[in-house]
Design a protein around this ligand. Sequence first.
Ligand code: ADP
Ligand code: MG
Length: 633
Amino acid sequence: MTEDLIHLLPDSVANQIAAGEVIQRPASVVKELVENSVDAGATSIQVRLTDAGRTNIQVIDNGKGMSETDARMSFERHATSKIKDPADLFNLHTFGFRGEALASIAAVAQVELRTRRKEDELGTVIRIAGSRIESQEVDVCPVGTNFQVKNLFFNVPARRKFLKSDQTELNNVMMEIERVALVHPEIAFSVYRNDVELINVPQATLRQRIQHLFGKKLGQELLTIDVDTTLVKVTGCVGVPESARKKGAHCFFFVNGRYMRHPYFHKAVMEAYSHLIPSTEQVPYFLYFSVEPSRIDVNIHPTKTEIKFEDEQAIWQILIASIREVLGRSNVAPSIDFDVADCPDIPVHTMGFDKASCAPPTLTVDSSYNPFKQDVSSYKRPSVKWDELYCGVEGSSLGRELRFDALPSDDLPWSDNSLSEVQKQSDEGVQNRGGELFSSVPTTQSSCADCYQYKGRYIVTSMKSGLMLIDQHRAHVRVLFQRYLSQLSEHGSASQGLLFPEMFTVSTVQSVVMEQLLDDFYNLGFDISNMGGGSFAIQGVPSGIEGLNPISLVCDMLAEAMEQGDVSKEEIHHTMALTMARSSAIVVGQVLSASEMTALIEELFACEMPAYTPDGKKVFTIIAEDEIEKRFA
Ligand code: ADP
Ligand code: MG
């Protein structure tokens, strides 16, 4: 007789396994507890964290509390007050419904619950650790519920190890709180980390809530959306086109009071702004959908934020139409045209060539010249001081690019249309330079003796094995990246004070990261102070980034750093250096002098990896000598 092998797992083990699905990190605990508080009708919720919640998470609410029996029951698996029969599953109006969260949390942490209903005189205190009830007593408690979750994963070392840096875990916690806070502006939220207040937002309207969380500026850049159709009701706000950002725009969708990710609807929103904002930028939005619960896929998995809609295509249309309507109604779209009409006239000759400021050519003709005279060779070209024609035309492409002495000597420039001839030459200036280039490269030995700029974009230089074409922007990115990277590991570099500090406000999550990056910013040459409340003041910027908007540069770097999530300092430095280098590198179209080109090439080849930008784009290419020869074969 062989023994039967199958037996039931003890509850504590089953709970631990189930917990793996629901509770992955401190943020999941916070999410579950805060959602329970919302479901319990709280009007004020306080979250207190020690470190990033690893050692202690406390959620205190003033909701309806629990009876003694309910308090005990709440930790049982599948114990819930929120649904009774399967039909309820398709008509959910609360966050929780599986009755799994508390059982899971209690399976992997040490939990203390204090709770009292207002009709009870005394409350209940229960201590439970690793699914084992340790004590239960009656005590004096305020009305509401207070959960304290200590030493998360104390009995699951593998999970504990799996946790990321405090910064990442805290980011996740704050993100969860932001999401709930955005759905419930009628509830006051406060968050403390090691007794330091991170968020403290009072009961408010949605607009005010957004302002409190993300700053006044954003609050003022929003337009209200309110559409009601048979399929869906959409309310909330979208940003005006001016609020568009390359990185880190606050984009939030909610459905029936739950945060959701929906890349398809995100595209719809951006589509509504096409032609109003650059395609690389994003507008902030806070959009709340209400749909018949049966028309969406019930969020069966508690950690899943993607939600499937039955009528996605129709909603796509509704979204675009309603956003466009709001943009139109608020005169945002038409005002763009008016703005253009009001703009000062931009001169057509942007390179500085302005006929009015140029004296017409004065021509002197050698009247004694007789072409039928024998001695033609004695003819001297009349001295026309062409350069003087354009004096006062600073930065003119003509002055710099057109080489008058390069005009064919038989193409005497004193015909009636000489000026337009000059203009034509200038239009072809770039190509002409190219022409000169190939005829005047003196030797093939010198590595960067002669450089020419082609199309304002490539530096062409000759080398032993052929012709090298260097992308000037990419080359500069490589050079600057290397420079910024080494600055980041040093201490402070040349900073240029700003006359008026530039102020900006970020969300609480961002301000936590910002605070951690201040030293790095300082090393790059940014002098930034934390003014509190998510506001920062830029008082100095690295020298050499004149003309760039310091706020968007700093915010881009912050967003890039945050997007990377939990990575080493080195990787963050890499990202910051690259973002800085990309924004401050010379652009395509920037005219470079010969010495600038030579300097750039020298610096490029002093870099460790000159051939590629830090993000893997080719910096230069070589047209081999034999390839050139082949073309002449
Ligand atoms: P669910 O939220 O899915 O019902 P939970 O395990 O999160 O499952 O909670 C179990 C039950 O405990 C809830 O249904 C609710 O009755 C009760 N409960 C949990 N948290 C609170 C709270 N903060 N205030 C009052 N009751 C609570
Ligand atoms: Mg719950």
